[in-house]
Design a protein around this ligand. Structure first.
Ligand SMILES: *Cc1c(COP(=O)(O)O)cnc(C)c1O
Length: 465
Protein backbone atom coordinates (compact mmCIF):
# COMPACT_ATOMS: atom_id res chain seq x y z
CA UNK A 1 0.00 0.00 0.00
CA UNK A 2 1.40 3.39 -1.05
CA UNK A 3 0.49 6.77 0.43
CA UNK A 4 0.04 9.89 -1.68
CA UNK A 5 -0.29 13.55 -0.72
CA UNK A 6 -3.53 15.55 -0.93
CA UNK A 7 -1.57 18.29 -2.71
CA UNK A 8 -0.34 15.87 -5.36
CA UNK A 9 3.32 16.87 -5.49
CA UNK A 10 5.07 14.69 -2.94
CA UNK A 11 6.37 11.28 -4.07
CA UNK A 12 4.39 8.25 -2.78
CA UNK A 13 5.52 6.79 0.54
CA UNK A 14 5.28 3.46 2.30
CA UNK A 15 3.11 3.05 5.42
CA UNK A 16 6.19 3.30 7.71
CA UNK A 17 7.36 6.46 6.00
CA UNK A 18 3.93 8.08 6.11
CA UNK A 19 3.67 7.34 9.86
CA UNK A 20 7.14 8.75 10.61
CA UNK A 21 6.84 11.78 8.32
CA UNK A 22 3.48 13.24 9.35
CA UNK A 23 3.03 16.08 6.87
CA UNK A 24 3.96 15.46 3.20
CA UNK A 25 6.79 17.54 1.73
CA UNK A 26 4.32 19.59 -0.37
CA UNK A 27 2.36 20.56 2.76
CA UNK A 28 -0.41 18.02 2.10
CA UNK A 29 -1.66 15.07 4.15
CA UNK A 30 -1.02 11.44 3.32
CA UNK A 31 -3.85 9.21 2.21
CA UNK A 32 -3.77 5.68 0.80
CA UNK A 33 -3.59 5.42 -2.97
CA UNK A 34 -6.58 3.07 -2.83
CA UNK A 35 -9.11 2.41 -0.09
CA UNK A 36 -9.63 -1.32 0.55
CA UNK A 37 -13.22 -2.47 0.01
CA UNK A 38 -15.21 -5.33 1.57
CA UNK A 39 -18.56 -6.84 0.55
CA UNK A 40 -21.52 -6.80 2.95
CA UNK A 41 -21.26 -10.56 3.17
CA UNK A 42 -17.67 -10.37 4.29
CA UNK A 43 -18.32 -7.58 6.79
CA UNK A 44 -21.22 -9.44 8.39
CA UNK A 45 -19.01 -12.52 8.78
CA UNK A 46 -16.95 -10.50 11.29
CA UNK A 47 -19.79 -10.23 13.78
CA UNK A 48 -18.39 -12.74 16.24
CA UNK A 49 -14.88 -11.22 16.22
CA UNK A 50 -13.40 -9.78 19.39
CA UNK A 51 -12.38 -6.11 19.20
CA UNK A 52 -8.76 -7.16 18.59
CA UNK A 53 -9.66 -9.56 15.79
CA UNK A 54 -11.81 -6.94 14.13
CA UNK A 55 -9.05 -4.34 14.41
CA UNK A 56 -6.62 -6.75 12.78
CA UNK A 57 -9.00 -7.29 9.84
CA UNK A 58 -9.69 -3.59 9.34
CA UNK A 59 -6.14 -2.28 9.81
CA UNK A 60 -4.23 -4.99 7.97
CA UNK A 61 -4.90 -3.84 4.36
CA UNK A 62 -3.65 -0.31 5.18
CA UNK A 63 -0.39 -1.64 6.52
CA UNK A 64 0.16 -3.99 3.59
CA UNK A 65 3.62 -5.56 3.47
CA UNK A 66 5.10 -3.17 6.02
CA UNK A 67 4.30 -5.36 9.05
CA UNK A 68 3.88 -9.16 9.09
CA UNK A 69 0.34 -9.98 10.21
CA UNK A 70 1.45 -11.86 13.35
CA UNK A 71 3.38 -8.79 14.51
CA UNK A 72 0.42 -6.53 13.73
CA UNK A 73 -1.87 -8.78 15.78
CA UNK A 74 0.48 -8.45 18.75
CA UNK A 75 0.71 -4.65 18.43
CA UNK A 76 -3.08 -4.41 18.38
CA UNK A 77 -3.58 -6.79 21.29
CA UNK A 78 -1.11 -4.85 23.42
CA UNK A 79 -2.66 -1.50 22.41
CA UNK A 80 -6.12 -2.39 23.72
CA UNK A 81 -5.20 -4.64 26.63
CA UNK A 82 -5.12 -1.63 28.99
CA UNK A 83 -8.75 -0.67 28.29
CA UNK A 84 -10.97 -1.07 31.33
CA UNK A 85 -13.96 -2.61 29.66
CA UNK A 86 -14.15 -6.11 28.22
CA UNK A 87 -15.92 -4.88 25.12
CA UNK A 88 -13.26 -2.10 24.68
CA UNK A 89 -15.97 0.14 23.16
CA UNK A 90 -19.36 -0.64 24.76
CA UNK A 91 -22.72 0.68 23.51
CA UNK A 92 -25.23 2.19 25.94
CA UNK A 93 -28.85 2.73 24.94
CA UNK A 94 -30.05 6.29 25.55
CA UNK A 95 -33.29 6.42 23.55
CA UNK A 96 -35.40 4.77 20.89
CA UNK A 97 -32.92 3.07 18.54
CA UNK A 98 -30.38 5.58 19.88
CA UNK A 99 -27.03 4.60 21.40
CA UNK A 100 -23.92 6.09 22.88
CA UNK A 101 -20.62 4.45 21.95
CA UNK A 102 -18.36 4.81 24.99
CA UNK A 103 -14.85 5.50 23.76
CA UNK A 104 -13.42 6.57 27.12
CA UNK A 105 -12.32 3.32 28.74
CA UNK A 106 -8.66 3.76 27.79
CA UNK A 107 -5.92 4.91 30.19
CA UNK A 108 -6.54 8.67 29.82
CA UNK A 109 -10.36 8.59 29.56
CA UNK A 110 -10.74 10.04 26.06
CA UNK A 111 -11.17 8.43 22.65
CA UNK A 112 -7.67 9.57 21.67
CA UNK A 113 -6.36 6.50 23.51
CA UNK A 114 -7.71 4.33 20.67
CA UNK A 115 -5.33 5.99 18.26
CA UNK A 116 -2.39 6.75 20.50
CA UNK A 117 -2.09 3.43 22.31
CA UNK A 118 -1.80 1.88 18.86
CA UNK A 119 0.51 4.56 17.46
CA UNK A 120 2.87 4.28 20.44
CA UNK A 121 3.30 0.54 19.96
CA UNK A 122 3.57 0.95 16.22
CA UNK A 123 6.30 3.61 16.44
CA UNK A 124 8.23 1.50 18.92
CA UNK A 125 8.05 -1.43 16.50
CA UNK A 126 9.01 0.55 13.38
CA UNK A 127 11.90 2.30 15.15
CA UNK A 128 13.35 -0.92 16.53
CA UNK A 129 13.16 -2.45 13.06
CA UNK A 130 14.92 0.53 11.52
CA UNK A 131 17.33 0.92 14.47
CA UNK A 132 16.35 4.55 14.61
CA UNK A 133 15.69 6.99 17.45
CA UNK A 134 13.31 9.92 17.18
CA UNK A 135 12.00 12.89 19.11
CA UNK A 136 8.25 13.35 19.42
CA UNK A 137 7.29 16.98 19.70
CA UNK A 138 3.64 17.91 20.15
CA UNK A 139 1.33 20.66 21.36
CA UNK A 140 -1.79 19.90 23.35
CA UNK A 141 -4.84 21.76 24.54
CA UNK A 142 -5.48 18.90 26.93
CA UNK A 143 -6.41 15.41 25.76
CA UNK A 144 -3.83 14.65 23.07
CA UNK A 145 -0.86 15.21 25.36
CA UNK A 146 -1.80 12.70 28.02
CA UNK A 147 -2.93 10.11 25.47
CA UNK A 148 0.35 10.47 23.54
CA UNK A 149 2.39 10.22 26.74
CA UNK A 150 0.53 7.10 27.86
CA UNK A 151 1.01 5.62 24.38
CA UNK A 152 4.78 6.24 24.15
CA UNK A 153 6.07 6.33 27.74
CA UNK A 154 7.64 2.90 27.53
CA UNK A 155 9.34 3.28 24.13
CA UNK A 156 13.14 3.24 24.47
CA UNK A 157 13.70 4.78 21.02
CA UNK A 158 11.58 7.84 21.66
CA UNK A 159 12.12 11.08 23.58
CA UNK A 160 8.92 13.03 24.08
CA UNK A 161 8.30 16.73 24.51
CA UNK A 162 4.73 17.89 25.01
CA UNK A 163 3.93 21.60 25.13
CA UNK A 164 0.79 22.80 26.88
CA UNK A 165 -0.28 26.41 27.47
CA UNK A 166 0.66 27.31 31.06
CA UNK A 167 -2.39 27.46 33.35
CA UNK A 168 -4.83 26.97 30.47
CA UNK A 169 -5.52 23.25 30.70
CA UNK A 170 -7.68 21.71 33.43
CA UNK A 171 -6.03 20.34 36.59
CA UNK A 172 -7.05 16.80 35.66
CA UNK A 173 -5.63 17.18 32.16
CA UNK A 174 -2.32 18.68 33.40
CA UNK A 175 -1.84 16.11 36.13
CA UNK A 176 -2.49 13.27 33.70
CA UNK A 177 0.57 14.48 31.79
CA UNK A 178 2.86 15.70 34.54
CA UNK A 179 2.56 12.85 37.01
CA UNK A 180 3.80 10.24 34.55
CA UNK A 181 7.14 9.18 35.90
CA UNK A 182 9.13 8.18 32.80
CA UNK A 183 12.62 9.36 31.91
CA UNK A 184 11.78 9.86 28.21
CA UNK A 185 8.75 12.09 28.87
CA UNK A 186 9.15 15.86 29.18
CA UNK A 187 6.32 18.30 29.82
CA UNK A 188 6.71 21.97 28.98
CA UNK A 189 4.23 24.59 30.18
CA UNK A 190 4.66 27.39 27.68
CA UNK A 191 3.91 30.96 28.73
CA UNK A 192 1.37 31.51 25.95
CA UNK A 193 -1.79 30.15 24.34
CA UNK A 194 -2.46 26.82 22.64
CA UNK A 195 -1.88 28.56 19.30
CA UNK A 196 1.55 29.70 20.57
CA UNK A 197 2.32 26.07 21.44
CA UNK A 198 1.27 24.92 17.99
CA UNK A 199 3.28 27.63 16.28
CA UNK A 200 6.32 26.71 18.35
CA UNK A 201 5.98 23.08 17.28
CA UNK A 202 5.61 24.08 13.62
CA UNK A 203 8.67 26.33 13.82
CA UNK A 204 10.78 23.51 15.32
CA UNK A 205 9.63 21.09 12.60
CA UNK A 206 10.52 23.53 9.84
CA UNK A 207 14.16 23.74 10.94
CA UNK A 208 15.42 20.72 12.87
CA UNK A 209 19.09 21.66 12.80
CA UNK A 210 19.12 22.06 16.61
CA UNK A 211 18.76 18.28 16.99
CA UNK A 212 21.67 15.82 17.11
CA UNK A 213 22.36 14.55 13.56
CA UNK A 214 20.89 11.08 14.21
CA UNK A 215 17.47 12.37 15.33
CA UNK A 216 14.36 13.66 13.59
CA UNK A 217 11.08 15.05 14.88
CA UNK A 218 7.93 12.95 14.61
CA UNK A 219 4.39 14.35 14.87
CA UNK A 220 1.68 12.46 16.72
CA UNK A 221 -1.13 14.95 16.09
CA UNK A 222 -4.36 13.87 14.47
CA UNK A 223 -3.08 14.13 10.90
CA UNK A 224 -0.92 11.04 11.46
CA UNK A 225 -2.45 8.35 9.23
CA UNK A 226 -1.94 5.59 11.81
CA UNK A 227 -4.27 7.46 14.15
CA UNK A 228 -7.03 7.58 11.53
CA UNK A 229 -6.65 3.88 10.82
CA UNK A 230 -7.11 2.90 14.46
CA UNK A 231 -10.29 5.00 14.66
CA UNK A 232 -11.97 3.28 11.70
CA UNK A 233 -12.31 0.08 13.72
CA UNK A 234 -14.95 1.21 16.21
CA UNK A 235 -17.36 2.27 13.46
CA UNK A 236 -17.34 -1.33 12.23
CA UNK A 237 -17.51 -2.54 15.81
CA UNK A 238 -20.65 -0.53 16.64
CA UNK A 239 -22.40 -1.37 13.37
CA UNK A 240 -21.71 -5.08 13.83
CA UNK A 241 -23.16 -5.04 17.34
CA UNK A 242 -26.35 -3.29 16.18
CA UNK A 243 -27.12 -4.48 12.68
CA UNK A 244 -24.70 -7.30 11.90
CA UNK A 245 -23.05 -4.93 9.43
CA UNK A 246 -25.62 -5.43 6.69
CA UNK A 247 -28.11 -2.64 7.39
CA UNK A 248 -27.36 1.04 7.65
CA UNK A 249 -26.32 2.76 10.87
CA UNK A 250 -25.84 6.52 11.50
CA UNK A 251 -23.14 8.21 13.56
CA UNK A 252 -22.91 11.58 15.27
CA UNK A 253 -19.38 12.75 16.08
CA UNK A 254 -18.21 15.63 18.32
CA UNK A 255 -15.77 17.23 15.91
CA UNK A 256 -12.63 19.34 16.23
CA UNK A 257 -9.83 18.48 13.84
CA UNK A 258 -12.11 16.20 11.78
CA UNK A 259 -9.97 13.11 12.43
CA UNK A 260 -12.59 11.02 14.19
CA UNK A 261 -15.43 11.62 11.74
CA UNK A 262 -13.08 11.23 8.78
CA UNK A 263 -12.37 7.71 10.06
CA UNK A 264 -16.14 7.10 9.84
CA UNK A 265 -16.07 8.30 6.26
CA UNK A 266 -13.27 5.85 5.45
CA UNK A 267 -15.30 3.04 7.08
CA UNK A 268 -18.14 3.99 4.72
CA UNK A 269 -15.78 3.88 1.73
CA UNK A 270 -14.58 0.46 2.85
CA UNK A 271 -18.11 -0.82 2.45
CA UNK A 272 -19.73 -0.26 5.86
CA UNK A 273 -23.34 0.83 5.26
CA UNK A 274 -23.69 4.25 6.90
CA UNK A 275 -26.83 6.34 6.54
CA UNK A 276 -25.71 9.66 8.06
CA UNK A 277 -22.46 11.09 9.41
CA UNK A 278 -23.26 14.08 11.62
CA UNK A 279 -20.60 16.71 12.29
CA UNK A 280 -21.32 18.08 15.76
CA UNK A 281 -19.58 21.37 16.59
CA UNK A 282 -19.47 23.70 19.59
CA UNK A 283 -19.62 27.50 19.28
CA UNK A 284 -16.57 27.28 17.01
CA UNK A 285 -18.89 26.28 14.20
CA UNK A 286 -16.87 26.74 11.02
CA UNK A 287 -17.60 23.20 9.78
CA UNK A 288 -21.31 23.57 10.50
CA UNK A 289 -21.36 26.84 8.56
CA UNK A 290 -19.43 25.22 5.72
CA UNK A 291 -21.78 22.24 5.37
CA UNK A 292 -25.02 24.18 5.87
CA UNK A 293 -24.22 27.45 4.09
CA UNK A 294 -20.92 27.04 2.21
CA UNK A 295 -19.41 29.56 4.62
CA UNK A 296 -15.92 28.62 5.79
CA UNK A 297 -14.93 32.13 6.97
CA UNK A 298 -12.51 32.43 9.88
CA UNK A 299 -13.80 33.94 13.12
CA UNK A 300 -11.97 34.51 16.41
CA UNK A 301 -11.62 31.30 18.38
CA UNK A 302 -13.88 31.06 21.44
CA UNK A 303 -12.98 29.20 24.63
CA UNK A 304 -15.82 26.79 25.37
CA UNK A 305 -16.74 24.10 27.89
CA UNK A 306 -15.83 21.51 25.24
CA UNK A 307 -12.21 22.64 24.83
CA UNK A 308 -11.03 19.65 22.78
CA UNK A 309 -13.19 20.96 19.94
CA UNK A 310 -11.96 24.58 20.13
CA UNK A 311 -10.36 24.57 16.71
CA UNK A 312 -10.61 26.95 13.78
CA UNK A 313 -9.30 25.19 10.66
CA UNK A 314 -9.82 21.42 10.91
CA UNK A 315 -6.75 19.80 9.37
CA UNK A 316 -8.31 16.52 8.33
CA UNK A 317 -11.13 18.20 6.39
CA UNK A 318 -8.54 18.54 3.62
CA UNK A 319 -8.57 14.76 3.21
CA UNK A 320 -12.32 14.75 2.55
CA UNK A 321 -12.04 17.70 0.15
CA UNK A 322 -9.45 15.75 -1.82
CA UNK A 323 -12.11 13.13 -2.60
CA UNK A 324 -14.85 15.71 -3.19
CA UNK A 325 -12.57 17.31 -5.81
CA UNK A 326 -11.83 13.99 -7.53
CA UNK A 327 -8.34 13.83 -6.04
CA UNK A 328 -7.19 17.01 -7.80
CA UNK A 329 -4.14 18.11 -5.76
CA UNK A 330 -3.85 21.51 -7.44
CA UNK A 331 -7.47 22.35 -6.58
CA UNK A 332 -6.83 21.40 -2.95
CA UNK A 333 -3.74 23.58 -2.79
CA UNK A 334 -5.81 26.57 -3.99
CA UNK A 335 -8.67 25.82 -1.59
CA UNK A 336 -6.37 25.51 1.42
CA UNK A 337 -4.65 28.80 0.56
CA UNK A 338 -8.10 30.46 0.42
CA UNK A 339 -9.11 28.87 3.73
CA UNK A 340 -5.97 30.14 5.42
CA UNK A 341 -6.39 33.66 4.12
CA UNK A 342 -9.98 33.95 5.37
CA UNK A 343 -12.57 32.05 3.37
CA UNK A 344 -13.00 29.10 1.03
CA UNK A 345 -16.02 28.36 -1.14
CA UNK A 346 -16.77 24.87 -2.35
CA UNK A 347 -18.06 24.14 -5.87
CA UNK A 348 -21.73 23.22 -6.16
CA UNK A 349 -20.80 19.68 -7.15
CA UNK A 350 -18.62 19.30 -4.05
CA UNK A 351 -21.30 20.66 -1.72
CA UNK A 352 -23.94 18.35 -3.21
CA UNK A 353 -21.67 15.35 -2.82
CA UNK A 354 -20.74 16.36 0.75
CA UNK A 355 -24.40 16.66 1.82
CA UNK A 356 -25.26 13.16 0.59
CA UNK A 357 -23.59 11.68 3.66
CA UNK A 358 -22.67 14.55 6.00
CA UNK A 359 -25.00 16.60 8.19
CA UNK A 360 -24.02 19.20 10.74
CA UNK A 361 -25.16 20.92 13.92
CA UNK A 362 -23.86 23.55 16.32
CA UNK A 363 -24.38 23.38 20.07
CA UNK A 364 -23.07 26.22 22.28
CA UNK A 365 -22.15 26.12 26.00
CA UNK A 366 -25.57 27.09 27.34
CA UNK A 367 -27.20 24.45 25.22
CA UNK A 368 -24.77 21.65 26.05
CA UNK A 369 -25.23 22.27 29.78
CA UNK A 370 -28.98 21.80 29.42
CA UNK A 371 -28.35 18.59 27.46
CA UNK A 372 -26.10 17.19 30.23
CA UNK A 373 -28.77 17.82 32.86
CA UNK A 374 -31.74 16.63 30.77
CA UNK A 375 -30.01 13.41 29.73
CA UNK A 376 -29.18 12.74 33.37
CA UNK A 377 -32.75 13.51 34.41
CA UNK A 378 -34.23 11.19 31.77
CA UNK A 379 -31.73 8.31 31.84
CA UNK A 380 -29.57 8.70 34.98
CA UNK A 381 -26.64 8.76 32.60
CA UNK A 382 -23.92 11.38 33.04
CA UNK A 383 -22.19 12.55 29.84
CA UNK A 384 -19.22 14.86 29.31
CA UNK A 385 -19.64 18.19 27.44
CA UNK A 386 -18.24 16.86 24.13
CA UNK A 387 -20.55 13.87 24.19
CA UNK A 388 -23.49 16.15 24.99
CA UNK A 389 -22.85 18.06 21.76
CA UNK A 390 -22.72 14.83 19.78
CA UNK A 391 -25.89 13.44 21.32
CA UNK A 392 -27.86 16.64 20.78
CA UNK A 393 -26.68 16.81 17.15
CA UNK A 394 -27.80 13.20 16.70
CA UNK A 395 -31.28 14.08 17.92
CA UNK A 396 -31.56 17.27 15.86
CA UNK A 397 -30.17 15.95 12.56
CA UNK A 398 -31.67 12.50 12.47
CA UNK A 399 -33.66 11.86 9.28
CA UNK A 400 -34.97 8.35 9.94
CA UNK A 401 -35.91 6.28 12.99
CA UNK A 402 -35.41 3.14 10.99
CA UNK A 403 -31.64 3.14 11.33
CA UNK A 404 -29.81 2.94 14.66
CA UNK A 405 -28.21 6.25 15.63
CA UNK A 406 -24.88 6.08 17.42
CA UNK A 407 -23.47 9.15 19.21
CA UNK A 408 -19.76 8.86 19.97
CA UNK A 409 -18.89 9.50 23.63
CA UNK A 410 -15.40 10.93 23.26
CA UNK A 411 -14.51 11.59 26.91
CA UNK A 412 -15.36 10.53 30.45
CA UNK A 413 -17.29 13.19 32.43
CA UNK A 414 -14.67 13.13 35.23
CA UNK A 415 -12.28 14.88 32.84
CA UNK A 416 -14.45 17.99 32.77
CA UNK A 417 -15.69 18.65 36.33
CA UNK A 418 -16.12 22.39 35.66
CA UNK A 419 -18.81 21.76 33.03
CA UNK A 420 -20.52 19.14 35.16
CA UNK A 421 -20.71 21.60 38.05
CA UNK A 422 -22.10 24.29 35.76
CA UNK A 423 -24.75 21.83 34.58
CA UNK A 424 -26.08 21.85 38.15
CA UNK A 425 -24.38 18.87 39.80
CA UNK A 426 -23.20 19.45 43.35
CA UNK A 427 -20.51 16.76 43.37
CA UNK A 428 -17.68 16.35 40.91
CA UNK A 429 -17.89 13.11 38.92
CA UNK A 430 -15.59 10.52 40.42
CA UNK A 431 -12.35 9.59 38.69
CA UNK A 432 -12.15 5.87 37.92
CA UNK A 433 -10.24 3.66 40.37
CA UNK A 434 -6.97 3.60 38.42
CA UNK A 435 -6.73 7.40 38.60
CA UNK A 436 -8.01 7.98 42.11
CA UNK A 437 -4.55 9.00 43.37
CA UNK A 438 -4.07 11.57 40.58
CA UNK A 439 -4.12 14.50 42.98
CA UNK A 440 -1.58 12.96 45.33
CA UNK A 441 1.13 12.16 42.78
CA UNK A 442 4.12 14.44 42.34
CA UNK A 443 4.09 16.62 39.23
CA UNK A 444 7.07 17.26 36.98
CA UNK A 445 7.12 19.96 34.31
CA UNK A 446 9.11 23.00 33.32
CA UNK A 447 7.72 26.46 32.59
CA UNK A 448 9.36 28.10 29.58
CA UNK A 449 9.06 31.48 27.88
CA UNK A 450 7.47 31.46 24.44
CA UNK A 451 10.93 31.72 22.87
CA UNK A 452 12.23 29.33 20.29
CA UNK A 453 15.81 29.22 21.59
CA UNK A 454 14.58 28.41 25.11
CA UNK A 455 12.51 25.49 23.85
CA UNK A 456 15.25 24.21 21.54
CA UNK A 457 17.88 24.40 24.26
CA UNK A 458 15.67 22.53 26.68
CA UNK A 459 15.07 19.75 24.14
CA UNK A 460 18.79 19.51 23.32
CA UNK A 461 19.71 19.14 26.97
CA UNK A 462 16.98 16.66 27.84
CA UNK A 463 17.36 14.20 24.95
CA UNK A 464 18.63 10.86 26.21
CA UNK A 465 21.73 9.55 24.41
C1 LIG B 1 -9.98 15.43 20.26
C2 LIG B 1 -11.37 15.39 20.80
C3 LIG B 1 -12.49 15.64 19.98
C4 LIG B 1 -12.36 16.03 18.52
O1 LIG B 1 -11.91 14.99 17.70
P1 LIG B 1 -11.31 15.30 16.25
O2 LIG B 1 -10.80 14.01 15.75
O3 LIG B 1 -10.23 16.32 16.45
O4 LIG B 1 -12.43 15.84 15.42
C5 LIG B 1 -13.75 15.51 20.54
N1 LIG B 1 -13.91 15.20 21.85
C6 LIG B 1 -12.86 14.97 22.67
C7 LIG B 1 -13.11 14.64 24.10
C8 LIG B 1 -11.55 15.05 22.18
O5 LIG B 1 -10.51 14.81 23.00
Amino acid sequence: MKYISTRGKSPPKTFDEAVLTGLASDGGLFIPQEIPHFSLEEISSWKSFSYHELAQRVINPFVGDSIPSGDLARLIREAYSGFRNDSVAPLVKTGSNEWVLELFHGPTLAFKDFALQFLGNLLDYILQKREQRVVILGATSGDTGSAAIEGCRGCPNIDMFILHPHERVSDVQRRQMTTVNASNVNNVALLGSFDDCQNMVKACFSDQSFLPPDRQLVAVNSINWARIVAQIVYYFWAALRLESGTKQVSFSVPTGNFGDIYAGYIAHKMGLPINQLIIATNANDILHRCVSANDHSLKPLKRTLAPSMDIMISSNFERLLFDLYDRDGAAIERLMADAKSGNMYLDDAAIIELRKLFFSYKCDDQHLLSVISSVYRDSRYLIDPHTAIGLEAARKCRISDEFPMVALATAHPAKFPEAIRKAGFADDPKLPEHMSDLFELKEKFIVLENKRTDVENFIKEAITR
